[in-house]
Design a protein around this ligand. Structure first.
Ligand code: 13P
Length: 250
């Protein structure tokens, strides 16, 4: 049985004031039965968010981590640090980092290992561009992004990991994949995982991300292989985020 996960990726947004307001709203609505709620703030706000969460049932995650534990890596943040300030999850390989910061599959695989070495659950992001979809190579692109990591970390590592399918053309564009388009990719991902381990594949949570909002969440989450969402813009508004979380409980 896969417990749906709804994760807010705040990206590079917020201020101490807006974070306080957002967390007040989210914690007030937390505790929904049958789903897990997660917020991933910018690094600098993680301690503030951890304090705001207190004992509320809201998980905390980073948006990235560095491959090494500590040392002379100016500007980087390690998995050990994220765990130290209360994170349970970390996003890895977001398409914005792949495209804007040149992250390779190899580096993403090393980050996956670094996360698990610190007891963090990696959320591995995969997704095709519009050109790749139009060239009919979506499943090939997703397959190669996925296997590049599985070949390094092994399928057993996915017993403590989450995968997020985020079509690049749907991120921040207002254009969501249809539930059928998303389901097709999720089903393909699960069968790729099943070729390596049927048990791991059956238990693996697969999130959809890309312009998810309260108005389309229920339809997406009703698909058999969609186990929740990775939410960008709509996670910055407490009521909208909570409505998406509620859509994951039905
Ligand atoms: P939007 O929900 O703003 O499209 O962003 C999706 C995303 O990139 C989450 O990681």
């Amino acid at each position: 049985m896969r417990t749906p996960l709804v994760a807010g990726n705040w990206k590079m947004n917020g201020s101490r004031e807006s974070v306080a307001g957002l967390m007040q709203g989210i914690t007030a609505g937390a505790g929904l039965e049958g789903m897990e709620m997660l917020v991933c703030p910018p690094f600098v706000y993680i301690p503030q968010v951890a304090a705001a969460i207190g004992e509320a049932p809201v998980a905390l995650g980073g948006q990235d981590l560095y491959t090494e534990a500590n040392g002379a890596f100016t500007g980087e943040i390690s998995g050990a640090m994220l765990a130290d300030v209360g994170c349970q999850y970390v996003i890895i390989g977001h398409s914005e980092r792949r495209a804007l910061l040149g992250e390779s599959d190899g580096k993403i695989a090393r980050k996956f290992l670094a996360a698990q070495e610190n007891n963090l659950i990696p959320i591995l992001c995969l997704g095709e561009t519009l050109d790749e979809r139009q060239a009919d190579s979506t499943l090939q692109v997703i397959g190669s992004q996925f296997s590049a990591v599985v070949d390094v970390v092994g399928i057993e590592a996915f017993a403590r990991a989450v995968v997020a399918y985020e079509p690049v053309w749907a991120i921040g564009t207002g254009e969501t994949a249809t539930p059928e388009q998303a389901q097709e990719v999720h089903a393909a991902l699960r069968s790729m995982a099943a070729k390596r381990s049927a048990k791991i594949a059956a238990d693996l949570r697969l999130l959809y991300g890309g312009s998810v909002k309260a108005a389309n969440a229920a339809e997406l989450f009703s698909m058999p292989d969609i186990d929740g969402g990775l939410i960008g813009g709509a996670s910055l508004e407490a009521n909208e985020f909570l409505a998406i979380c509620r859509a994951a409980t039905v």
